[in-house]
Design a protein around this ligand. Structure first.
Ligand code: M6R
Length: 613
């Protein structure tokens, strides 16, 4: 989704802004641009397509080279086509103020009417151009400073924004504000970097402040001031970003996605570190300590998330009901937020999100909190909005996930849920021998994931054999039904193959009509209570000449009789099996996409972090 970078300091801004934009490319975008403040003038370059195009244009534009203050943007189109005119930065019609914006101004049409009435003119179709003209209007109409005009404009706005603004009339100043869209201020030596994502800041400093909704910052040569948009001063604590630059580089892999798949053994180790107490047979979750007593008395869990995180939530439904005996419902955040949900006493709401910034998940969280639920976060990005707005939570410790297709975060999310379910289960009813068995099995998961990863080449061959087929089915049952959904999502989002995930037994209620000669059907069928039923489903596919690919438990030789291809995963207790069975499906999607020549890390139309509705 859109990315923002802003700079003010002693260095030349243009190159630095472009490097920042490159760090944000993984978020997905369709156009880019930058503005550098010159001697009383704003110099703007923008273009549809890649940051490389802007880099070339900026290199050839002498007017951009000297300035030490500027703003830049990668755009993911919402209002208006992805073209040069609609790309950011946008300037007011006087060309004196420039602005980059993430989010959506809901009442932009009304504001535009007001501005047209005042004689303003517009060139783009964007809501952002309306906002910058509104700031321009107030700047001309009595406001003494840029920040005052920004404040006045933002008070008129309904919607979401992360913005950075510069003015030709106050060239040594950068103003930034947020509501519903992340914004971080990197605090360096005599310089500040404003960005929507820590990835664009790390090169310069690890010291940051996180803006909250309705807060803004004014950075200048003489330092920084933070305040609300109502101009009430706020004191912000400088915090440290935990991730290193190395962690956000590809580390020798051709794609971030492959790197992140391959890291999953280590991610699992990291997520479990310090949390599995094998000696005292306990789970230790520091982030839940304060609320643990309250959680044990939970009557109902509502888990809410989007996309892959929602699939992790579905696995959580099995874990929380099976291991902790807590009734659980899993909701798409986008539906929950508008459903007027009933939140009864002792309901705990769990928001799952890699980025911690997904707009729908955040809105669902706020709805649940408004109605009195205790809220937990299962989040990867430390300091993200969801992490800050929940009462307590568990961080994934998965490291930065750059590939648009979520892989290692899923593993981290399911591990976090497993730990929570075991912690609550043991305090509610689970026997010590049962707990011991799960803890020991969980401690073996990282090594087992690594054994599966060694099969990457075999999985590549299966993927290459079938990647020309435009329709695939993924089927699973029980704990592995969500894994079938996740396998289908992974394949479709990066290879553009149409794929559906289903509970295996649902197939005969309709989807079986799709099966034809050679159609790939992937069964997630580790040894479990419904294993015999699933072999029945496999027979049904074979009878219709579908190609059967099975993810099965090591030692299950019998399954070979029914299958065209078998991918084995090590044995483990069924509740932990999703942590293993998902891995071959991630690899399958990756290799199929590469074989089809797709841009794996930047799939078309997708954004890493969906910060708009
Ligand atoms: O950052 P989040 O975990 O909240 O993101 C949720 C979804 O947008 C995300 O999982 C999306 O579905 C990915 N493209 C899946 O690979």
């Amino acid at each position: 989704m859109c990315g923002i970078v802003g700079y003010i300091g002693q260095k030349k801004a243009a190159g630095l802004l472009i490097e920042g934009l490159k760090r944000l490319e993984y978020r997905g975008y369709d156009s880019a641009g930058l503005c550098v403040c010159g001697e009383g003038t704003l110099h703007v370059q923008k273009s549809p397509g890649r940051v490389a195009a802007i880099e070339e244009m900026a290199g050839a534009d002498a007017s951009l080279q000297a300035g030490t203050v500027g703003i830049a943007h990668t755009r993911w189109a919402t209002h208006g086509a992805p073209n040069q005119v609609n790309a950011h930065p946008h300037c007011d019609d006087g060309g004196r103020i420039a602005l980059v914006h993430n989010g959506i101004i809901d009442n932009y049409a009304t504001l535009k009417q007001f501005l047209l009435g005042k004689g303003h003119t517009f060139t783009s179709e964007t809501d952002t151009e309306v906002l910058v003209n509104l700031i321009g209007e107030f700047y001309e109409d009595g406001c003494q400073t840029l920040e005052e005009a920004v404040q006045r404009a933002l008070r008129e706005v309904n919607g979401t924004y992360g913005i950075a603004v510069v003015s030709a009339d106050e060239p040594d100043k950068l103003v930034a504000a947020r509501k519903g869209s992340p914004l971080i201020i990197g605090v360096g030596d005599d310089e500040y970097v404003v960005a929507s994502d820590a990835a664009a800041i790390l090169e310069h400093t690890a010291n940051v402040i996180y803006l909250n909704d309705n807060e803004m910052v004014v950075v200048g040569r003489d330092g920084m001031r933070t305040m609300t948009i109502d101009n009430v001063p706020v004191t912000k604590e400088v915090q440290q970003i935990e991730w290193s630059l190395e962690e956000i580089a590809k580390g020798g892999y051709p794609h971030f996605m492959l790197k992140e798949i391959m890291e999953q053994g280590e991610v699992a180790r990291q997520s479990l570190r310090g949390r599995l107490d094998l000696r005292d047979k306990r789970v230790l979750l520091g982030g839940l300590r304060e609320v643990a007593r309250h959680l044990v008395r939970t009557r109902k869990l509502i888990v809410s998330a989007c996309g892959t995180a929602w699939h992790a939530g579905l696995v959580g439904e099995f874990l929380f009901e099976d291991l902790a005996h807590i009734p659980t419902e899993v909701e798409y955040a986008s539906e929950f937020r508008y459903r007027n949900p009933i939140i009864e006493e002792r309901t705990v709401f769990v928001a799952i999100s890699q980025s911690g910034e997904t707009a729908d998940t955040l809105a669902a969280l706020r709805e649940a909190e408004e109605k009195g639920a205790t809220a937990l976060g299962i989040v990867n990005v430390v300091g993200s909005t969801i992490a800050r707005e929940t009462d307590a939570g568990v961080y994934l410790h998965a490291g930065p996930e750059i590939g648009v297709a979520s892989t290692k975060a899923f593993t981290g999310q399911v591990i976090a849920e497993t730990l929570i379910a075991l912690m609550l289960g043991r305090r509610r009813f689970m026997s010590q021998p049962a707990m011991t068995g799960y803890l020991e099995a969980l401690s073996e998961i990282p090594d087992k994931i690594e054994r599966i990863l060694e099969q990457s080449d075999d999985i590549r061959q299966i993927a290459e054999a079938h990647c020309e087929r435009e329709n695939w089915l993924f089927l699973g049952r029980g704990y592995n039904y969500p894994i079938a959904l996740e396998g289908a999502l992974k394949l479709k989002e990066i290879s553009y193959i149409h794929a559906e995930g289903l509970p295996a037994a649902e197939m005969k209620h309709g989807p079986i009509a799709l099966i034809n000669d050679g159609m790939p059907v992937v069964f997630v069928a580790p040894r479990c209570g419904t294993y015999d039923k699933i072999t029945g489903n496999i027979e049904e596919i074979r009878a219709r000449k579908g190609k059967v690919i099975v993810v099965a438990t090591e030692g299950d030789e019998e399954i070979r009789r029914y299958s065209d291809h078998v991918i084995y995963v090590p044995d483990c207790p069924v509740p932990l099996s999703p942590l293993l069975t998902v891995v071959p499906l991630q690899l399958m999607a990756y290799h199929a996409a590469v074989a089809r020549g797709c841009n794996v890390d930047k799939p078309r139309n997708l954004a890493k972090s969906v910060t708009v509705e």
